[in-house]
Design a protein around this ligand. Sequence first.
Ligand SMILES: Nc1ncnc2c1ncn2[C@@H]1O[C@H](COP(=O)(O)OP(=O)(O)OP(=O)(O)O)[C@@H](O)[C@H]1O
Ligand SMILES: [Mg+2]
Length: 411
Amino acid sequence: MLSEVRFEGVHKIFGAETAVEDLNLTVNAGEFLVLVGPSGCGKTTTLRMLAGLERPSYGRILIGDRLVNNVSPRFRDVAMVFQSYALYPHMNVYDNLAFGMRARGAAGSVVAERVKETADVLGLGHLLKRRPSELSGGQRQRVALGRALIRQPQVFLMDEPLSNLDAGLRVQMRAELSRLHERFRVTTLYVTHDQVEAMTMGDRIAVMNLGRLQQVDAPETLYDNPANIFVAGFIGSPRMNFVPGRLTTTQGKTAIEFLGVKTPISAGSQLTGETTGGEVTVGLRPEDLMWGRVASPDSTLTVSAEVDVVEPMGHEAYVTAVCAGETVTSRFPPRSGVRTRERVELALNPARLHLFDARSGRTILQRPVAGGADVRRTVREARKEEPAEGRSDLQRQTGARGAPSRAEEIS
Ligand SMILES: Nc1ncnc2c1ncn2[C@@H]1O[C@H](COP(=O)(O)OP(=O)(O)OP(=O)(O)O)[C@@H](O)[C@H]1O
Ligand SMILES: [Mg+2]
C-alpha cells in the first residue's frame, strides 16, 4: 500500500520567524522526493511537521486521504531517520533492530525473520552480536536505517542521513538507499545538502529558499530549465555564472547583448516572460563556457577573457577569468597549460544561455530539454525497470502490520 503525502497551504511560524511559508507540495505514492535548500530554509521543519513533531500554524497535511494535522506521531505510520542517529548503546545490533517490533508485541519468530531480512538487505548479517560502540560510523548509520526500515512504514523521512559518513561510504550508501527504494517503493522525503545525492537519488527535487518552495521537477528539468535565479544558482557545481544583459528588438527580432557580444534568441527557445526595460540577467553554466581551442562547433559565440585563477581538479580544471569586466568560471580540460593573466578565448553555445528578468529573478526563456530526456537512460531509470522482487513481500508485510509503533521510534 503506497501513500502519497500532501502539504496544502502549510505554514510554520515560530514567534517572529516564518520557517515554512505556504507550502503546497505533493510527494507521489512510491516517489523518492529530495528536498534541498540552504541552511535554515525550512527543510527539517517540513519533515518534523510531517512526522508530527511540529504542528503546522496553518494548512493541512495529508498522508494518503487522511488528514494528519491532529494525529500524534505514533499513529502516522511514518519513520524518520535523522542526521544524528540514536541507537541504544547497551544493546547489540540484533536487539536494536528488534526493539520496535518487540515493543509492539510481535511474535519471536516473526521478529527473528524480519531482523534477518533487514540485516541482509543492509549487509549487517555478520554484525548482529556487536554493540554500537564496536561498529564503524557507516555501520551504525546502517543500523539506524534498519531500525526505520524494519517498521515498513507508509512514509520515510530522512534528514541528511549520510552526512556523517566519509566520501566512499556515502557513495556506497547512496546506491544502497536507491536500491532499497526501488525494492520497497516506500514514499520518501529526503533532505540533503549534497548536489550529487539530489541529482542521482531523486525522482524529483524540491528546492526551498527562505521557507518558500521554489520549484519541484525532475533533476534534468531543474538543471536545464530552472524557474528562477535562485534555483539556477543552487543546482549545479561549480555554480552558474550570472552576468548582466539587455534584450533588444529590431524589426520584430529579439537579441541578447552581454559580455560585449550580441546574439539572437536561439531557435527552439521561447521568450516567456516580461522584463523590466529589457534588463536581464544572463546565466551561463561553466560547462557551457568552454576554452575556444576545444569548443564544440555549435559554440559560435566567442569572448576574450583574462585568466585570474586556475583550479586543477584532476579530470578537469575550473578557470576563473575576467571578461568585459565580469568574472566568470569555465571548465577547462586538464593540463591546458593556461596561467594567471593569460588572455584566452572563451566560446559558448547561444542555445545554452539562460535568461532571467533582472528584477524579479524569474526565468524568461523556456529552453528545449537537452538531448531529449527520452533517449538517455539514467542509472536511476535503469534500476526502475528491473523486476521488483521485493514488492510482493512488502505488500504481504504491510497487510500484516501490527499495532501502531511507539512514539520514541520516530525520534
Ligand atoms: N523550535 C524552533 N523555534 C524557533 N525557530 C525555529 C525552531 N526550529 C526551527 N526554527 C527556525 O526555522 C528556520 C528553519 O529551520 P530548519 O531547521 O527547518 O532549517 P533547515 O532547512 O533544516 O536548515 P539546516 O540545513 O541548517 O538543517 C530557521 O531559521 C530556524 O532558526
Ligand atoms: Mg535541518
